[in-house]
Design a protein around this ligand. Structure first.
Ligand SMILES: [Mn+2]
Length: 327
């Protein structure tokens, strides 16, 4: 597949290698785990196309023009062979992590977040057996209309309705380090699990009622001490009026304004990796959803840029392989 230069606001430099990148963008055109309507497999290309209309300046005017971005194209997925697809995702993510780049993954349905998070988790939290050395806590911010906490859905444990449940089976991702935002459609089994585990949940109605800064303060306090955070954006966190092109359009969601305000308010939380999933171009109208998703990628790039800047000022830099001094 040919990756064009003018995508991502022109940040995808010509001939830039992964080794030279601060951010790696990876497409995963896989939607076999969607339980209602498929179509997310078309999202990575559509988002790239929309990103040609984006500028290297975030909506809050953060200049990201010198951020080194490398779009690695799409992972070769097999819609009928999930384990093979997960293995390919894992291999690609390992390459990104070892190159020291922050991965931004374009789904695909939400199921693809599991192999992505697993790769990051396994790198940062190697199993320590009985050595007694605790790993650093790994946090998760989950923007979604749904908690995706079903143990099994239909016949599958890997449905997109089970993704967060699978992630919580990883040994260093604890429910107390998970924050859900925009949740509003929950199965009884999921609600029970949320109650039992005490997952921090910001309901969609609370996003409407409270200022972004107040919500962000609560989240930052809840995740204090967490040094690595993965950000997962299921585009159905947005109201269908703002993102009609998705598998399960769920009423009474966030406005795009509320989402961007929250992302900005949370800018001090580290971005260890991120994904944008469940954009389904076949159900979109006038590319509203794909455009919002591509713009969201630019906002995430803005967060990464801001964090790199403040690390530079503080005299150190965190890469996904650890903390290094600035040379
Ligand atoms: Mn989801």
């Amino acid at each position: 597949m040919k990756i064009e230069r003018d995508i991502w606001g022109g940040l995808n430099g010509e001939g830039r290698s992964l080794q030279d990148a601060q951010v790696a963008i990876v497409g995963v055109p896989f939607d076999s785990a969607a339980c209602y309507r498929r179509g997310a497999a078309f999202a990575p290309d559509k988002m790239r196309e929309m990103s040609k209309r984006c500028h290297p300046l975030t909506e809050r005017f953060v200049d990201i023009s010198d951020l080194r971005v490398c779009d690695l194209g799409d992972i070769d997925v097999d819609p009928l062979d999930w384990p093979a697809t997960y293995n390919r995702i894992d291999r690609q993510l390992q390459e990104v992590i070892h190159a020291g780049a922050v991965p931004i993954v374009l789904g695909g349905d939400h199921s693809i977040s599991f192999p992505v998070v697993r790769a990051l988790h396994n790198h940062h939290s190697p199993f320590r057996g009985n050595s007694g050395v605790p790993s650093q806590p790994f946090g998760l911010v989950w923007f979604d209309a749904h908690p995706d906490l079903m143990h099994t859905y239909g016949v599958s444990k890997y449905s997109h309705a089970c993704t967060l449940r699978r992630i919580l089976e990883l040994n260093n991702i604890k429910p107390r380090h998970v924050v859900m935002i925009g949740v509003r459609k929950v199965e009884p089994e999921e609600y029970e699990f949320m109650q039992e585990t005490g997952i921090y949940c910001v309901h969609a109605s609370e996003v409407a009622r409270y200022p972004a800064d107040a919500i962000a303060e609560g989240i930052r306090e809840h995740l204090s001490g967490v040094t690595r955070v993965y950000w997962s954006f299921d585009i159905d966190v947005l109201d269908p009026a703002f993102a009609p092109g998705t598998g399960i359009p769920t009423p009474a969601g966030l406005t795009t304004r509320q989402l961007f305000d929250l992302v900005y308010a949370l800018r001090e939380l580290p971005v260890t990796g991120a994904d944008i999933v469940e954009v389904a171009p076949p159900f979109d109208h006038a590319d509203i959803t794909s455009f919002a998703a591509a713009t969201l990628v630019m906002e995430i790039l803005g967060l990464i840029k801001t964090q790199r800047e403040s690390e530079r000022r503080a005299g150190y830099t965190t890469t996904s392989v650890g903390v290094q001094s600035v040379r």
